[in-house]
Design a protein around this ligand. Sequence first.
Ligand code: GLV
Length: 322
Amino acid sequence: MSKCVISLDLPEDIVVPLRDQYELLMWSGRDAMPEATLQNWLSDAEGLLCALSSPITESVMHAAKQLRVISTISVGVDHIDLNAATRAGISVGHTPGVLVDSTADLALGLMIALTRRIPEADRWMRSGQWSQGWQSDLLLGTDLSDSTVGVVGLGPIGEATVRRLRAFGCRILAWNRSLKEIEGVEIVPLDEVFARSDIVTLHTALTAETTHIASRSRLASMPTGAALINTGRGLLVDERALLEELAAGRLKAGLDVFEVEPLPSDHPFLSLNNVVLLPHVGSATASTRLAMVTRALENLHAGMSGERLPFCANPQVYGLSA
Ligand code: GLV
């Protein structure tokens, strides 16, 4: 039987059918699998099923001489050295398409949470402060319909976010790496998205070019009181610069992703009231997670049988262009 490593703890109902097909080694620790253990387990494995918590570096792949397929339960592949995988002839599968709506929903959720101050109001009530009846000026927010929202990246999730924003009646600005026209959207240079928007929402993949796309100077150019929403990757944002803007009370933020995950328990974000924090749950609905696992298993099985992956992140491995 071919050997397959699973670098995260998956529910038994997913794993049991795999045991009939492969010799399985599954990491069941609560913490991310240590790189040395992963290297050791992969030394004679042909397949790897992983997720964002396992960085798959060149040195991990170097030790895995028989590895043919890496299947990640995520659409993002920034935790995997794709070039090294391609050089080593390892195909990398991912899960595009199925988490678009869940992630766009969460981006809108963060926008409304901030503009209508939902977490703040919830904390206020629980602390027993609601001693008066209806008050005309209690916890006033702003209307999404009055807002200009800037969308950075018009891939499937960016476009799904645009569809939702249109329904809310927002004015929509957007930037995309390649020129794209979308009804009801004003396409503008990246700097303008930041300088003109009440809310900026990030929907671009993390690459060398997009690292810190929300840079110190772009954050500084945002209007006072504006909000940054990040459901993409932590490294899209210069977190230190954002922290300074938040601590000064100049900007607000809704963040589902962070430079370091899990967010350290003493991180200064945790003591600020003008940031809504979520633990990387953009795709966390039962049906989306099932669809992601299903897609990841299709990729794994194809790779283990020497077939082309249906959802391949490095088609160059088959001599195709990206
Ligand atoms: C989630 O962040 C993903 O890339 O699937």
